[in-house]
Ligand binder design. Structure first.
Ligand SMILES: Cc1cc2nc3c(=O)[nH]c(=O)nc-3n(C[C@H](O)[C@H](O)[C@H](O)COP(=O)(O)O)c2cc1C
Length: 170
């Protein structure tokens, strides 16, 4: 059983979440490849796929949306999980899901979509991003919930095992 994890990330924090999901799956005995969306030519070799993105201005980043377009037929025939990484602060803001996730959910019917808190390090931001950051007054910091991310990966592992059991029983 093999899972692909592919996340679009502008400043690296969502990529680190993809790695954490892979580590948690490995602890459950499930092999997972982590690949940048641009590197994924095909998902055909995988039994399940986890796709994620950092959220910018309410939207997922282009590379993972392009991967979904490219591989929509293959994604439709395997279990897919989506995760967004974005909200910041305490309480976390924004509270609503990214705008384009509803469309992605309609398109690929994932098992689930989860939103996890993100990270902002002002030193990593470009000039335009710094300007937006100043206007929206988002709090700086690393809010990523590592235990919840690992827990989610365990749920993915459990679902994959259950599906494999069902297939074996047929
Ligand atoms: C310019 C800018 C715009 C952002 N817009 C949103 C947003 O609309 N919604 C959201 O939840 N997070 C937003 N964020 C927060 C990022 O999604 C968060 O920092 C995320 O962890 C970044 O992921 P990355 O490091 O993988 O690029 C924004 C961050 C920046 C710098």
């Amino acid at each position: 059983m093999k899972i692909l994890i592919s996340a679009a990330s502008r400043h690296g924090s969502t990529s680190e979440m993809a790695e954490a999901i892979a580590d948690a799956l490995a602890r459950e005995g499930i092999e997972a490849d982590v690949r940048r969306p641009e590197e994924v030519a095909s998902v055909a070799a995988y039994d399940g796929v986890v796709l994620g993105s950092g959220v910018y201005a309410g939207r997922w980043l282009g590379p993972v949306k392009q991967l979904i377009e490219r591989e929509s037929a293959a994604l439709a025939t395997r279990p897919v999980w989506l995760f967004s990484s974005g909200p910041l602060g305490d309480p976390l803001k924004p509270e609503q899901d990214p705008e384009d996730v509803a469309l992605l959910v309609k398109q690929i019917h994932p098992v689930e979509h989860r939103t996890f808190a993100g990270k902002i390090d002002k030193r990593q931001l470009g000039i335009a991003e710094k300007a937006i950051f100043a206007v929206v007054r988002a709090p700086e910091g690393d809010f990523r919930p590592w235990p919840a991310i690992a827990e989610w990966a365990s749920e993915i592992a459990a679902t994959m095992r259950a599906r494999a059991g069902q297939v074996a029983a047929v």
